[in-house]
Design a protein around this ligand. Structure first.
Ligand code: UDX
Length: 426
């Protein structure tokens, strides 16, 4: 089928490449010429496993372009996969979505299906359809379908090709049938429903996972007080298939481009409908506190970081990505700097992005050895393999004092030669 996709971020680009992999002819559109140039050179502007290999494999079925008119005018299906960042009040900013909607209305010359893949507040698909019909230049039939995306960064390609489920929200039989054809070669259960339910499935899923993390983090903090072991507690809970063992890893809080934004957006929406989701509100509050958990723990030892050398291991919000959005490092490092600490940091892929925010204030290091050398205290914010597998005897060898605050419970103290403060105590 002839498919156009608006957006070259995680959702847009990964969808485009996976659709090409499944045999569709795809035009991937972005207004940013720099990004299109990178894509046309065979490189991915985002760090994502398998993506560049798949771009190369399917290069004959995919074009990257800023020419949206050409891409949209005769496409059978147009996916919208642009960002919906958080506004100051916590609601979702839909300006990028509507900018694409207006471009589609201006250009389509054939009947087509517009598929909203971006995470949008419930009811947005209705508004998109109304706006398309009011503004379309040509006398064509445009149906709007909600098809939320459940991919996680770091495993985005795998999550798309072997999705846990494909949700198709349509209020129109014809559009639903076309979407079933788009996905006919994908190996995943398909749920067809109406548009509002599809929009809700996305938020309800993400917010539930965020809630699960905040819950285990609160339990972890309590474990610390009462002398229980959070790893064993989570393991024991996870055996129950009704609970499941995933997303029960206690730590310094969730970050990323989805959970923080989607919890706030759904909470905002629930308030708007005078039906506040109190559980979601609690998940947000717990997460904000959790990001400061290690600082709180460190206060037992130091009133301030003034005059200390602080080593930071891991800058990104999770391993497998160079994305810093809502990463705990962004909350903690400014506090170290404000106190007057000397900060040294290491991350296998996150440094170039961090440098854009803090070009000179931090000493960026090439190795973990270099980062911890001479440090008084070491914070772990991301569980990269290199950190997990680091020889702990080196902390004692290189640091002033082998004092580690492990925000991901990933450092093994098997030689017992470090002081390690973990989330959840033991
Ligand atoms: C998430 C959802 O998993 C995905 O389905 C959705 O489409 C987008 O949002 P992503 O943000 O890429 O994906 O990462 P994910 O692996 O879910 O982790 C999010 C955050 O939660 C990370 O900061 C991670 O460290 C944290 N986390 C995750 C925990 O603290 N504990 C866990 O047990 C799991």
């Amino acid at each position: 089928m002839k498919i156009a996709i608006a957006g070259t971020g995680y959702v847009g680009l990964v969808t485009a490449v996976c659709m090409a992999e499944k045999g569709h002819h795809v035009a991937c559109v972005d207004i940013n010429e720099g990004i299109i140039k990178i894509l046309n050179s065979g490189k991915s502007p985002i760090y994502e496993k398998d993506l560049e290999a798949l771009m190369l494999k399917n290069k004959d079925r995919i074009v990257y372009t800023t020419d949206y008119k050409k891409a949209y005018k005769d496409a059978e299906v147009i996916f919208i996969g642009v960002g919906t960042p958080e506004k100051k009040d916590g609601s979702a900013n839909l300006s990028y979505v509507y900018a694409v909607v207006d471009q589609i209305a201006e250009t389509v010359e054939n009947d087509c299906i517009v598929v909203v893949k971006s995470t949008v507040p419930i009811g947005t698909n209705d508004k998109v359809e109304k706006r398309l019909n009011e503004n379309k230049k040509n006398n064509v039939k445009i149906d709007v379908v909600s098809n939320p995306e459940f991919l996680a960064q770091g495993t985005a390609v795998e999550d798309t090709l072997h999705a846990s489920r494909i949700v198709i929200g349509s209020d129109n039989k014809h559009a639903e049938e076309v979407m079933l054809k788009v996905y006919e070669n994908f190996d995943a259960p398909i749920l067809t429903t109406n548009r509002r339910s599809a929009e809700m499935i996305k938020y309800a899923s993400n917010d539930f996972l965020a809630l699960k993390i905040s819950y285990i983090n609160e339990i972890a903090n309590l474990c610390e007080e009462i002398g229980a072991n959070i790893d064993d507690v989570a393991k024991g809970m996870g055996y129950d298939p009704r609970i499941g063992n995933r997303f029960l890893k206690a730590g310094i809080g969730y970050g990323g481009s989805c959970f923080p934004k989607d919890t706030k957006a759904l909470h905002w929406l629930s308030n708007f409908h005078d039906h506040e989701l109190k559980t979601v509100k609690a998940a947000i509050e717990v997460n904000e506190q959790q990001k400061l958990r290690l600082i709180k723990k460190s206060r037992k030892y130091y009133d301030s970081f003034e005059g200390l050398t602080v080593a930071v291991l891991g800058l990104t919000f999770k391993p497998g990505t160079d994305d810093l959005r809502e990463a705990p490092s962004l909350v903690n490092i400014p506090i170290f700097l404000e106190d007057g600490a000397k900060v040294k940091a290491w991350d296998p892929v996150g440094i170039p992005n961090f440098k854009k925010l803090y070009p000179t204030e931090i000493q960026y290091c090439n190795t973990i050895d270099e980062t911890i050398t001479g440090a008084d205290i070491c914070f772990v914010f991301t569980e990269w393999d290199e950190i997990k597998n680091y020889d702990t005897s080196k902390f004692q060898k290189f640091m002033q004092k082998a004092f580690i605050l492990d925000g991901r419970n990933c450092i093994r103290n098997d030689k017992g030669n470090c002081i390690i403060e973990r989330i959840g105590g033991i």
